[in-house]
Design a protein around this ligand. Sequence first.
Ligand code: SF4
Length: 708
Amino acid sequence: MYSTCVFCDGGCTFAVDDADGKVTISPINPAMPAICSKAVNWDEIRSHSGRLMHPLKNVGERGEPQWEEISWEQALDEIAEKLRAVIDEYGPEAVAFSEMPLNHGFGGVTRRFMNHLGTPNYITALDLCMGNTAQVHRATYGWFTSANWQVADCIVYFGQNRGPELWPREYLNLKAALARGAKLIVVDPRLTETAELADYHLRINYGTDAALALGWINVIIDEGLYDHVFVAESTIGFEDLAERAGEYPPERVAEICGITADEVRETARVYAGSEAALIPWGATADMQRNSTSLLRGQCILRAICGFLNKSELVYGPASDISLSERLYDYSALSQSQKDKQIGSENYPLFSFKGNALYDEAMRNAGFGFTADIMASSCMAHPSSLFAAMRGEGPYPVKAFFSVANNTVMSYANMQGIVDALMNQYLVVTFEVNMTPTAQLSDYVLPGDMWMERDTVGPMFDIAPIMTTSNSIVEPPVDCRCWYDVVKGLADRMGIGDAFPWCNAHELFDYRFAALGTTWEQARSAPAHPGKTPAFGTFLTPSGKVELSSSVLAALGYDPLPYYEEPTDPLANDDMPFEIFAGAREPANYNTNFHQIGFLREREPEPRLFIHPDDASSCNVVEGAWVRVATGHGAIDLVAHLDPCQKPGTLRVPHGWWKPETEPGLAAGLSSALIHNDGMLFSDEAWNLDPEQGLANLRGGICARVGVL
Ligand code: SF4
């Protein structure tokens, strides 16, 4: 039997053997031993003493909780009653959800519940990480690309660092590609393990990746290195692209990026001259001020160089499997409610409004629905939603569910999100630990973990397969799966008919019926492929690869990529450094695992990376506690003097809190308000990627350092 780890988004699948009453896990493919220490130590992580074991009700003040253990019946009854009160007074759109489907394993059911309840106000952490990439890919190809590592002869990483503890499957694929002679280009200001393997390491200035992509396009078009046949037959907008790329000659790009013009030219030639080059997805391309343009630039490079459907596979939705889209049941939500989606006026690309632009393309390709690719196509705008929760929106939002997602720590302007939760009538968190978000809740519902539940994918629409994952052990007696919680609430809210499946296995049978099988039959294999459109089917409005995007143009954006220098209107003269945040350390994952002993030992404190010369100019020594301040906020970190850090820059870790410290708002939510990088960044318009509306968490923000 097989199980899939979701301790992180690597999604490693392994074989499980429970003979003799002892569970052991081993790689599915012994030649590809992709399992990191988190999965190996799964039992220690699930059995941690801080794990939530029972439903909790806050009988104290919001933010200074006094927890009382209650039954599931009482929790669901009271939550339903309060939900009804909010809907009666403010309408169903006053209810919002923030979730990470991967973490709870039941993608689709939350949207179904919301659609039948009547609210469009959904956000997901996927919008910061891959989900947003998928939307930008969609604007170019109509779908998201998947890497074909087997044929790749040139790999380009924009900022990613891979290793045995950082997406081991991809790390092994990279090593195999290098062993057969593939070239590696790493674009990263940092000196990382992956950069050490590179043939070319471009240490560009933080956040200038989009300019580099435009420089490469310039060289490739100027020197005629593109695939003339593919461009002529399968793309639109090449002339406009060539004109735009002409604005980015290597000399200009070199100046922006802080490298040489020869480096721009040579690496562009290596990339374009490959048989099958690959730009793997990486979160570094997300969360930049120029994120959309960088992602568009990457998409265009893949297309004009002829790599689509060689090293970069563009599948499309499968026609014969039960996509999560069909589970969402968007038809249950009226157009007038969809039109109320918060933020869609100013940031429509990821909203219902943006998604509707693909309707015709989907119909033309024979699909009766418009896929919500990676759960991020029909979203509210996060910053606008938090503002509405604070009472600064078009209408009040008064009930908030945080589902397997530590919402308050996941976005820019953390203090603003805290204020948003403080202004709610009802806050419910479904979690496994008492996170800072849970600490601000009225009810905390204990969830199961991946090794304790059976699961069926896709959890969001991306790959044309259905997947299974088997439970290894039983969950603690009072911890439930998310489907049971949704079903319990739906029954109480009078929408139980939309959830006719008594339990998760009945739901799985419904989903596998599309493939003519059942959960019991399907569970013995980890993946079941579906029928995908023929290669060369591009589900864009034009049916071609859109080098100049008709979707972006229709929404009032520049249809071509560009580079705009990030600005920081909050900077002042005593901020000599440029800050870089968002990098994930292997010992944790986003905001998780700080309470797990063997992982915490590897990274005991939140570290600031600073060049020794810069440290000396601020009288900072190794191991000193320092305060890093931007114009928006400040956090405390331990200085680590690193000669590899670019002079003039500071690297700040993502997602730090200390679960062992005092909970509650007065104590900084277990120190999250003291250490989390979300305190440093504004979510005002000047710091957002204009098309995506998501905050820059990377470069261009000014900061100072002072010893505490
Ligand atoms: S990299 Fe590790 S934590 Fe992430 S999915 Fe794979 S085994 Fe799990």
